[in-house]
Write a protein of this length. Structure first.
Lengths: 566, 334
């Protein structure tokens, strides 16, 4: 052990310089994401709120609101939206609970089939459900064709089914999580006291899942009231707020009216998000680390009917999505059912260029998102609690803003020729930013959960050994965060690939994305080509999903990362 | 080098976590910070490490003021309860981590790592990863990693609490042995009094942000100065002066002047229980603890705990009398 070697950590001057560098690094990683939130979220949303109060004569006032409410069809549209969202919520929560219960508490066979079925709606733009339903039950659907029945699928029922299929996977995910965290000792104790199975269900299972159900209900309600794709394709004369805002802005160039309806859409969503946040803080019982999972059982009287329901739902989802894929290979649905690849020769609205644009835009959104969110979470962790909390609130605020409203607010903010921000308008980068901020909250929450898995003592060890922020980033944080980073990247990528509502306002004749192409093709009457394009999107997203699973699997095996230690 | 802490205080919001702490740690000393959870011992350790700032007072090492010195330039070694090894590095890489940060030439670093692996007696595990090691092995590696940089002070934050009883007992001796050989001033936080008593040169007994007493293990056990220390370190019968006068008059000459401020701490082994049919005490319960037995006695309306070595020839309900030496026990401040 040579005495010539330094054993003191570092000399004082070097330490000063390093400390300054660390400060700089942390400040940058705090300030840049915050500027992003300010510029690409707060400012546009503020502008849309302001715009809704600017009257025709240029003054502030409520005349836009009185005008909107004065339109003869608006009360019906609002009622339609509320009825549709409530009905979808009821259906999704009921079915969602049945499916979640079946997958979490029973030994019903073929659960993997349901798991696969539930992934399908996440792979494609929301309007694919509507498209498939029309192929099956529409005026030119197979069923009408072969039976001669006249099924009226456009309107309430069609929209209800498509919306439910779209929202169901999210409902199941939330409810399943709440069922997963129960403790079998509750049930053991109830059993010892003589409670019947039914009593146990009423007294333990339901109260335990209560907040999961509530949370699922709000998510479904919000997703449905703000979804645009299904309503545009299968809504028919059943007009809802989401389609109304589109026709006001794109059809009649009436931005002020659009802004008013946007604000109207914002309110129920904000209320729903708020209630969900408050209620989730009062979770029943609370789950402890040492919880013993509830054992699965087979109870014929309960499980046979349950299996029938659950598998029927899975089958319907499969059928509808597979119909889209199948139809994409048919010459003329449903009259000439001959195999052809002709539908994949898409020339309308830019051919496959929008799909390629989707790729680039989604990739940009994912990269920007991962870097910005990681930096924000890193910096936030070292802030005093008060500031950290404020940043947390700001970061989860975007979840309350529907894609349509965000997209419209971007038009209002960035369609300003000559200004600095105006230069972004019409670029793919703006669409990427819009997508990132649209899904900002979910990504942020995943990051926060990820960084909580990093043991604080490990970072402190690095400090005590003389390492700085970069050392602790490389040696303490990243090994624990790799899986989270990968998950957030692919989450942003996949959502950006399929989202329609946020980007619908941002496309231009020269720049469009895949999801919009599907809508355009469908509206132009090229339904089988729309199906072909949807299939391409689904395959792309499926590949991305597979890639993610592969990377996560590799990571869990490699020494470069740590599976979160249980 | 002496570590000197003077009048150090620290508060969180309105909670006073450390109140006027004064402590000196000598060059070769092993000091334990002992106290219940929330007493401020970990806060004090983190302040010494530089992981947390303090509000007032001074902290210096060998005459150098540490207030403005960052954790990374203090050159202290730290070991946490949770081992905190880098999961993606091998044992050797973990131990050599500090040397890598100090940019030692690889050859010297390797030699040093080998030397430390001998020291912790795990030379054959160099290329294993932390998850392939037992808890005790991981903690040995963590200690070697802290020692690699020849730290000016070694800080141990409940290093043995996560280990099972047998390994814990072994490692007490090992840590103590290594510390003596290297002569590094060491501060260890623990809530386990047995650990503190067996390992420390001096124990700093803390409660609610203040130091109750500093002393050698022997002093702390035989001459506790406060009621808290008497109660926290070992078991005590805490008796009021008035009650002593009436029921154990043999002890009354020792009652201090300012008697309302004091109680007598009487260790269970100070009481000698003698079977006596005419005695005024009654055996209420006997608990067999292996090498000793604990006897609960009803003595004139209050319960006293006594201990005897072997299993005593007593039964519950027996009448007994108590013998106690006049100089037994220590008067502690309430």
């Amino acid at each position: 052990m040579g005495t010539h070697l330094k054993t003191a950590a570092i000399d004082h001057a070097t330490a000063r310089r390093m400390e300054w560098e660390d400060r700089l690094l942390l400040s940058v990683s705090l300030i840049i994401p915050l500027i992003g939130l300010l510029l690409f979220f707060l400012y546009p949303v503020f502008l849309i709120a302001k715009r809704s109060f600017i009257q025709r004569d240029g003054n502030f006032g409520l005349s836009n609101y009185t005008e909107v409410f004065g339109m003869s069809h608006i009360p019906t549209v609002i009622t339609n939206s509320l009825v549709m969202s409530s009905a979808t919520t009821l259906l999704c929560v009921t079915l969602g609970f049945a499916i979640a219960y079946a997958m979490q508490r029973t030994t019903i066979r073929g659960q993997y089939l349901i798991r696969i079925a539930l992934i399908l709606p996440l792979l494609a733009p929301s309007l694919v459900q509507a498209l498939g339903l029309i192929f099956l039950l529409g005026r030119n659907g197979v069923v009408s064709q072969y039976t001669g029945w006249n099924i009226q699928i456009y309107g309430f029922w069609g929209l209800l089914i498509s919306n439910s299929m779209y929202a169901l996977p999210q409902a199941v995910m939330i409810i399943q999580a709440s069922l997963r965290h129960s403790d079998s000792r509750y049930y053991d104790a109830a059993l010892m006291m003589g409670a019947s199975r039914w009593r146990q269900f009423i007294d333990i299972t339901l109260p335990n899942a209560k907040f999961g159900l509530l949370s699922a209900a709000f998510v479904v309600f919000t997703v449905t009231i703000t979804d645009f794709g299904n309503a545009a394709v299968i809504g028919g004369n059943y007009r809802v707020l989401a389609t109304e805002i589109y026709s006001q802005v794109v059809g009649q160039m009436n931005f002020n009216m659009g802004a008013v309806i946007g604000i109207m859409l914002l309110l129920p969503t904000l209320v729903a998000v708020y209630i969900e946040k408050v209620s989730s803080q009062r979770q029943f019982g609370g789950s402890s680390e040492s919880a013993i999972p509830v054992t699965r059982e087979f109870v014929p009287l309960r499980d046979i009917p349950l299996a029938a329901v659950v598998h029927s739902v899975g089958l319907i989802i499969f059928m509808i999505v597979l119909t889209v894929v199948y139809a994409s290979f048919m010459r003329l649905w449903p009259y000439r059912m001959e195999f052809t690849l002709a539908n994949y020769n898409i020339t309308l609205s830019g051919g496959y260029t929008p799909l390629w644009t989707s790729f680039i835009v989604s990739f940009q959104a994912a990269i920007i998102g991962v870097v910005a969110l990681f930096a924000l979470v890193m910096a936030q962790r070292r802030l005093p609690r008060r500031f950290a909390k404020a940043i947390y609130l700001l970061a989860i605020l975007p979840v309350g803003v529907p894609g349509l409203v965000l997209g419209l607010s971007y038009v209002l903010s960035f369609n300003a020729p000559g200004s600095m921000l105006g230069m972004l308008y019409g670029t793919g980068l703006l669409i990427a930013l819009c997508n990132f901020y649209h899904f900002h909250s979910q990504g942020f929450l995943t990051m926060v959960a990820g960084i909580r898995a990093v043991p604080p003592a490990l970072e402190e060890t690095v400090s005590c050994m003389g390492g700085g922020v970069m050392n602790s980033l490389r040696d303490a944080i990243l090994p624990f965060m790799m899986t989270t980073l990968v998950a957030v990247f692919f989450f942003l990528f996949m959502r950006s690939m399929v989202t329609l509502s946020a980007v619908i306002f941002l496309i231009s004749p020269t720049l469009s994305v895949g999801a919009v192409s599907v809508l355009r093709l469908d509206q132009a009457g090229f339904t089988t080509q729309a199906a072909a394009f949807s299939t391409c999107i689904m395959v792309s997203v499926l590949i991305a999903l597979g890639l993610m699973k592969l990377i996560l699997f590799r990571l869990s095996r490699s020494r470069a990362s740590v599976a979160v230690v249980s | 080098m002496h570590l000197i802490i003077k009048n150090l205080s620290k508060s969180f919001d309105h909670f006073l976590a450390l109140n006027d702490i004064n402590l000196e740690v000598g060059s070769n000393e092993f000091v334990c910070l002992l106290g219940p959870s929330g007493c401020g011992k970990t806060t004090l350790l983190r302040i010494i490490a530089g992981l947390m700032p303090f509000d007032s007072g001074t902290l210096s090492l060998g005459g150098r003021d540490l207030a403005k010195v960052q954790a990374r330039e203090r050159g202290f070694g730290i070991v946490f309860q949770s081992y905190s090894l880098f999961p993606n590095m091998t044992v050797a890489e973990n131990i050599g981590y500090g040397l890598k940060i100090r940019k030692w030439p690889q050859k010297d670093a390797e030699a040093k790592v080998r030397e430390l692996m001998e020291l912790i007696r795990l030379p054959e595990l160099a290329h294993r990863y932390p998850h392939q090691l037992s808890g005790g092995q991981q903690q040995r590696v963590a200690i070697a990693r802290a020692l690699a940089v020849d730290p000016a002070v070694l800080l141990l934050d409940e290093p043995l609490s996560a280990l099972d009883a047998r390994v814990r007992a072994e490692m007490r001796l090992e840590i103590r042995d290594v510390q003596r050989r290297l002569g590094i001033p060491t501060i260890m936080v623990t809530h386990d009094q047995e650990e503190a008593l067996t390992m420390a040169d001096r124990i700093v007994c803390m409660n609610q942000g203040v130091i109750e007493q500093i002393g050698t293990p022997l002093e702390l056990y035989t001459r506790p100065q406060t009621r808290f220390v008497a109660d926290f370190v070992g078991t005590s019968n805490l008796l009021d002066p008035d009650w002593i006068r009436q029921t154990l008059p043999a002890l009354s000459p020792g009652i201090p002047e300012d008697e309302l401020q004091f109680q007598l701490s009487l260790r269970p082994e100070d009481l000698n229980v003698v079977k006596d049919d005419a005695g005024t005490g009654i055996v209420k319960a006997i608990t067999f603890l292996g090498n000793i037995s604990r006897i609960l006695i009803d003595w004139q309306g209050r319960e006293l705990i006594a201990e005897s070595h072997r299993f005593p020839s007593l039964a519950e309900g027996d009448a007994v009398t108590l013998q106690v030496a006049p100089e037994a026990g220590s008067w502690v401040r309430i």
